[in-house]
Write a protein that binds this ligand. Structure first.
Ligand code: EPZ
Length: 450
């Protein structure tokens, strides 16, 4: 049975109270990568045999993906950070709307279902706070592989034409190096007849992790992590026992926390090569970075936070998933920074809430001009999306006084026990259910963690 760490109902009501300007010191354990775990869970549909996936983060999104797989007839068990999946008897080729609408990543089921069953009916994933999130590149690639794809009434109905009902290898060029489209098409191609080439492929580490999981099941994939991936289809994929990579975005988020004044934070496990752009920018703003024993990074905050410009790009460029967190840090820099978001069209929603805390940020199109201010002030704020929530937590840790953050369900989608991990390095914060009265909070927050 899939266990929730924090049930969506609970998360919707609780509030995070943060008392800022306490130096943060200590070690943080980084969990498995959410954006690898979700797609690897979908890839387990490709095999009729037992798959064990290790180092899976305990997150609301993982819970939801497990529920979607179970609805398709997959047997799935979660014990701590281990998932046991058996997709021998997929009874349905349709993912239920009420579950898909809560998790866009459930669209990852379409490739494996088409590859295994020759058909798939998956609700069109809606947009979200950060953008329209179209799936045209996924659809066009599947069509190139011989799928007939019709989108009607919000459903994507796909089926493989031809007597064999088997996808055919194709040469595919992606107009944009979409992570999701690269992953969908790579999964579909593992069981297709013949060779598939994906040009202008996404190079993110999560794409490589997915390829390594599929290869552990017997798939033939070369070039993952480069702009050209070649997949030679096989008839059958077997069982695999696989461990997910550490989450580079959680790691980057805690490194930004470690760049706050007076802080000295170590994170592990981590793969430093996955964070080159982020580490470069942290050194540019004056933090000192040490890589220890290969899988641990220590960051010591600089005397001041220098301004720097950021432009988000596909990997290995600066990750869009770190843009909001870095913006929160730059609000208290000693100068002006320009942040340009090139990946998503609406990923500046954290700006208004940061300005409520005394930041001086102006947005023009996909550029944000961040004028450093000496100090933020705590305020009640509302989270709008996953990474914006992390930015508000960082701002709360930097601000004078108390910050309260609502709509924590966004945070629980992508960060495992963030409040607990922060408390472990000295953060003064408390997560309280809705009915808790303000006066019952411990002033100054000498915490008693239940
Ligand atoms: C993945 O989303 C991640 N999610 C995102 O992380 C991440 O921000 C993004 O990659 C970019 O790195 C998961 O892996 C579950 P894309 P994905 O397809 O695959 C356009 C987080 O915070 N596009 O690379 O949806 C799209 O509109 C989340 O953890 C098309 O136009 O990202 C966007 O502008 C947020 N047509 C750009 O490409 C398509 O068919 C990048 O999207 C697909 C995408």
């Amino acid at each position: 049975m899939i266990k929730n760490y924090v049930s969506p109902e609970e998360a919707d009501k609780s509030t995070l109270h943060i008392w800022g300007r306490h130096p943060l010191k200590g070690n943080v354990k980084i969990s498995g990568a959410k954006n690898a775990a979700l797609v690897v869970m979908a890839a387990a549909l490709l095999s009729p045999e037992d798959c064990r996936i290790r180092n899976v983060p305990i997150l609301a999104d993982v819970t939801r993906m497990g529920q979607i797989l179970a609805a398709l007839g997959v047997k799935i068990e979660q014990r701590e950070d281990i998932l046991d999946i058996n997709a021998s008897n997929i009874s349905k080729s349709e993912a239920p709307y009420e579950l898909v609408s809560q998790l866009r990543a459930s669209f990852f089921a379409i490739g494996p279902l088409l590859a295994r069953l020759g058909e798939a009916r998956v609700p069109l994933p809606g947009g979200c706070a950060i953008g329209a999130r179209p799936v045209d590149l996924h659809v066009r690639g599947l069509q190139a592989m011989g799928a007939d794809v019709q989108i009607q009434h919000g459903m994507v109905n796909a089926c493989v034409t031809g007597a064999s009902r088997r996808l055919k290898g194709a040469k595919i060029y992606l107009d944009y190096p979409s992570v999701g489209a690269t992953e969908t098409l790579m999964m579909a191609a593992t069981l297709a007849e013949g060779e598939t080439t994906i040009e202008n492929a996404a190079q993110e580490p999560e794409v490589v992790d997915l390829a390594n999981f599929c290869r552990a099941m017997g798939a033939r994939i070369v070039g993952a992590g480069t702009k050209k991936i070649v997949i030679s289809g096989v008839r059958h994929l077997h069982s695999a026992d696989y461990s997910i990579i550490p989450d580079r975005i959680e790691a980057g988020t805690f490194l930004v926390v470690g760049a706050l004044p007076g802080s000295d934070v170590s994170i592990s496990p981590v793969i430093p090569d996955h964070l080159t752009a982020v580490l470069s920018k942290l050194e540019a703003i004056g933090a000192s970075i040490t890589i220890e024993e290969g899988d641990r990074i220590r960051i010591v905050a600089g005397e001041t936070i220098k301004a720097t410009d950021i432009e988000t790009l596909p990997y290995p460029g600066f990750p869009t998933d770190m843009q909001a967190q870095f913006m929160a840090l730059l609000t208290i820099s000693n100068g002006d920074s320009v942040i340009t978001e090139t990946v998503f069209e609406n990923r500046m929603r954290h700006v208004s809430e940061l300005n409520r805390m005394g930041a001086d940020i102006r947005v023009k199109g996909n550029h944000a001009l961040v004028r450093g201010v000496p100090l933020l002030s705590g305020a009640p704020v509302v989270a709008t999306d996953l990474r914006a929530s992390a930015a508000l937590v960082i701002a709360g840790l930097a601000a004078q006084g108390q910050t309260t953050i609502q709509e924590l369900q966004h945070l629980d989608r992508g960060y495992e026990k963030l409040d607990y991990k922060l408390q472990q390095i000295g953060a003064r914060l408390q997560r309280v259910p809705a009915e808790t009265k303000q006066e019952s909070l411990v002033a100054g927050c000498e915490l008693t963690i239940k």
